[in-house]
Design a protein around this ligand. Sequence first.
Ligand SMILES: NC(=O)c1ccc[n+]([C@@H]2O[C@H](COP(=O)([O-])OP(=O)(O)OC[C@H]3O[C@@H](n4cnc5c(N)ncnc54)[C@H](O)[C@@H]3O)[C@@H](O)[C@H]2O)c1
Length: 261
Amino acid sequence: MQAQFKGKIALITGAGAGIGHAIAIEWGRRGGFAIVTDMVAEQARDTAAEIERAGGRAIHRSLDVKRLDQIRETFAGAIAEAGGLDVLFNVAGTNLMRNVEEMEDEEWYSIIDTNLTSVYRCSKIAVPEIRKRGGGAIVNTASIAGILAENRCAAYSASKGGVILLTRNMAMDFAPYGIRVNAICPGSTRTPRTESYLRKAPGQERAIADLAPMKRFAEPEEIARPAIFLASDEASYITGASLVVDGGLTAGFKLPLFDQL
Ligand SMILES: NC(=O)c1ccc[n+]([C@@H]2O[C@H](COP(=O)([O-])OP(=O)(O)OC[C@H]3O[C@@H](n4cnc5c(N)ncnc54)[C@H](O)[C@@H]3O)[C@@H](O)[C@H]2O)c1
């Protein structure tokens, strides 16, 4: 096991599955202490157990990022038990395919709440704790949907675009305290969420993969490693950045004509 993060403590939201799970596992594998949280308590417990089985250190908590009271209480208890907080990974998020005309008000607010307001809430509670340690990092999970629009993802795209700008705001506001704030923008990644979409439309997998020049989905670990890079001292002069990890999907567009000239 690499001991890169020995003595460092990170809290990860949405760590019961997918990208959050991969971040928690990689953080633990590299010697960091993981506070594993997820809305689904058993999933948080299973991730923490997986870290410990591999020789790492972790505690777990049930946490819904839509609830400020719960965030306050859970962060306070878990951070006291862990002995402090150096890094916050805001990962919990969800999606709903609706255009603006189709969307109900409560659906709009629910997506914005889970994906964007949660980043504000968790960061608000984490910042004073990270300041006590003399600095640290926050890594937010945006999306390429925060850079380019995706059809029928109105609230999702708006929330992820918001995460990118909130990341820049927090980077400015917290640089004086030694807190770097960055985001990752994953492309299509193989997680329980995307698997559930693909089960509903099995023929679509190839078409989605082919959108990226690399012509495949990312594995969650391929998103976790760049996220962890942003939290590490290797990224000591990086703040306010949104790191695109998308197999080239947003690099450009292909003109078939140009292959024929
Ligand atoms: N998978 C992709 O292709 C992809 C692409 C770009 C961005 N992202 C972003 O990455 C993040 C993780 O996505 P994923 O694909 O791993 O999702 P997933 O649905 O596979 O896993 C998400 C985890 O977050 C938890 N969660 C959901 N709502 C929560 C809440 N209110 N409070 C606490 N936990 C909650 C779930 O229980 C689950 O364990 C999300 O922010 C998502 O928008 C994913």
